[in-house]
Design a protein around this ligand. Structure first.
Ligand SMILES: NC(=O)c1ccc[n+]([C@@H]2O[C@H](COP(=O)([O-])OP(=O)(O)OC[C@H]3O[C@@H](n4cnc5c(N)ncnc54)[C@H](O)[C@@H]3O)[C@@H](O)[C@H]2O)c1
Ligand SMILES: [Fe+2]
Length: 387
């Protein structure tokens, strides 16, 4: 007998080329008249957003744009967006961009109806009231945030990346249109692509994995195996971009309803301390953490290797796990993921941050979902191995 799982995904999902054309009708269906658009300085100026805004206007929906979301968004972003939302009496939020814009949009949408500070709700299922409707359009493939009940916002006073998980954070509708991702540069494609793989892999090996999430996790892993390197080498390849967008959404559906594990637990403090992009810090940690973890869930990890196409179905679990570890190292090298020491982080600064990073990683709760649950000492050793 397995324990019951609780699954949350958006009630409306539009997916495929042209999915963004459905934004106007769907916003109307929710009875929203005035939208706060939440985006970052680059994406806020794209033709795609211009096209969406024109369609909204033609449909009689007013909007005002908050376009200052920073990568790895902060509580300051949420407060600024919220102030604009209140000033213009918006009754819905449309997040357009990568995980940072969508996560900031989630924070704004729930703080429009809840009192206090976002940090009051750090943790699991603590948000009292549902927010105003949130519509999510991802432009990276990606974090899968458009599908999840999770937001990650940095508390700037404590230098902590807060993980907040609550069904009230699930977008009302997601518009998953891979044609928005052709402009992703190579490093972004690599970082978010390995992040996507990490979502599928961690959801599948997690102690909270369940029959519903396994399906999405395996699909995510399979799509990454087929499409990540092709998307990185050929940015205009529609089949590869579509495959990676699907992988990202399935990865989000998997991890948010299972969990992430040790890689994400260690990646958040690393990103908060040294301002590394979320996907990059995950990618750097993934091989070392997998090497540490495989012995506790050999069957699951060997299935991951076989699903990626890196091991034959006839190979033993041990052989497949060995191929998974060497394959993750080779994947990082092939899409030019650097080592930590090559990310402008001096050894002195790294060593001084080690204790806090390890303590924050353990306190986040994610390492406890890992097949092999680490001690504080294990986490420090893994950080050093990745450096
Ligand atoms: N809520 C969740 O479920 C969840 C899951 C994983 C990660 N995250 C969070 O997501 C954030 C990272 O998001 P991200 O990796 O998608 O990147 P991002 O949103 O931080 O964007 C990174 C950069 O990419 C640019 N960009 C975005 N789309 C582009 C496109 N199509 N073409 C060219 N440039 C583009 C942006 O302008 C920005 O400069 C982190 O804060 C992480 O913690 C959230
Ligand atoms: Fe992630």
């Amino acid at each position: 007998m397995t324990s019951p799982a609780h699954i949350n995904i958006p009630s409306s999902i539009f997916i495929g080329a042209g999915a963004i054309d459905q934004v106007g009708p769907e916003v109307k269906r929710f009875g929203v008249n005035r939208l706060l658009i939440v985006s970052d300085p680059f994406m806020a100026k794209t033709e795609h957003l211009e096209h969406i805004l024109q369609a909204l206007q033609a449909g009689g929906i007013e909007s005002i744009t908050y376009g200052d979301v920073t990568p790895d968004p902060t509580d300051g972003n949420v407060l600024e967006g919220l102030a604009l939302l209140k000033e213009h009496r918006c009754d819905g939020v449309l997040a357009f961009g990568g995980g940072s814009s969508i996560d900031a949009g989630k924070g704004i949408a729930v703080m429009a109806t809840n009192s206090g500070h976002l940090s009051d709700y750090m943790g699991y299922n603590l948000i009292p009231k549902k927010g105003i409707p949130l519509f999510a359009i991802p432009t990276t493939a990606g974090t899968g945030s458009e599908m999840t009940r999770v937001t990650v916002i940095t508390d700037t006073s404590r230098h902590v990346k807060m993980m907040i998980l609550d069904p009230h954070l699930v977008p009302a509708a997601a518009f998953v249109d891979y044609t928005l991702t052709f402009t992703m540069p190579k490093p972004l494609t690599a970082h978010v692509g390995v992040d996507t793989l990490t979502h599928g892999l961690e959801a599948f090996v997690s102690r909270k994995a369940n029959a519903m999430t396994d399906v999405f996790a395996i699909s995510c892993i399979h799509q990454v195996g087929q499409h990540l390197q092709r998307a990185w080498h050929h940015p205009d390849d529609a089949v590869a971009r579509e495959g990676m967008m699907l992988a990202a959404s399935h990865g989000g559906m998997a991890f948010a309803n299972s969990s992430v594990c040790l890689v994400h637990g260690m990646s958040r403090p690393l990103g908060a301390m040294f301002h590394l992009p979320h996907g990059l810090s995950n990618a750097i940690l993934l091989p070392a953490v997998t090497r540490y973890s495989v012995s506790s869930a050999q069957e699951r990890y060997s299935t991951v290797a076989k699903t990626l196409g890196w091991a034959e179905v006839t190979e033993t679990e041990q052989m497949a796990c060995d191929k998974l570890i060497s394959g993750l190292e080779a994947l990082n090298a092939s899409v030019e993921i650097p080592r930590l020491r090559d990310c402008d982080i001096s050894e002195g600064n790294f060593m001084s941050a080690l204790d806090k990073m390890a303590e924050d990683a353990l306190a986040s709760g994610s390492p406890q979902n890992n097949p092999r649950v680490p001690t504080l000492g294990d986490i420090k050793k893994l950080y050093l191995e990745a450096y």
